[in-house]
Design a protein around this ligand. Sequence first.
Ligand SMILES: CC(C)(COP(=O)(O)OP(=O)(O)OC[C@H]1O[C@@H](n2cnc3c(N)ncnc32)[C@H](O)[C@@H]1OP(=O)(O)O)[C@@H](O)C(=O)NCCC(=O)NCCS
Length: 148
Amino acid sequence: MIKYRLAKQEDFEQVLEIENECFKQPYTGKELEYEFNENPVNKIIVAEFEEKIIGFIDFLITFNSSTIMQVAVTNKFRGQGIATQLLSEMEHSFPKEIDDVVETITLEVRESNEAAKALYLKNGYELVVVKKNYYKDGENALYMLKRL
Ligand SMILES: CC(C)(COP(=O)(O)OP(=O)(O)OC[C@H]1O[C@@H](n2cnc3c(N)ncnc32)[C@H](O)[C@@H]1OP(=O)(O)O)[C@@H](O)C(=O)NCCC(=O)NCCS
């Protein structure tokens, strides 16, 4: 059975491994360390199978908005709904206090990333605007938003 829970310090190396496997411009260890331990608005939820981390979602909450920084699932476990479940776990983790309620979720995704685009569209995210030359290698980003 796959478990979903907040990341712990012991997960760091495994999350870094998935980070390096899944992204063209992965966070360095130092950057990921910051997200894990220092960034006060950052949260990471991991998916765990037989005590191994197989995916994660990294997101921020600022006032009434959340931003997805990254979602990744290790190759062997893709296509089984794990990223979809990570998105749902993120939404369930949002604060329930009325003043803090998250109303929108935003993200940027590479224009060529068909799997991620399809994932987000299927989960209620809409294209707001194309950000030209957004990434260091010149690729455009799609800026997407979901209203809760
Ligand atoms: C994008 C990613 C997180 C999807 O993870 P996943 O667990 O395989 O996704 P799910 O199984 O929940 O798929 C949900 C939907 O997304 C779409 N999707 C997922 N993979 C796809 C693919 N390779 N091609 C087209 N659509 C795809 C489908 O619509 C799918 O629904 P379906 O299975 O009913 O057809 C995974 O491919 C990944 O880690 N990629 C590398 C990292 C990345 O690009 N992250 C996103 C940018 S931050």
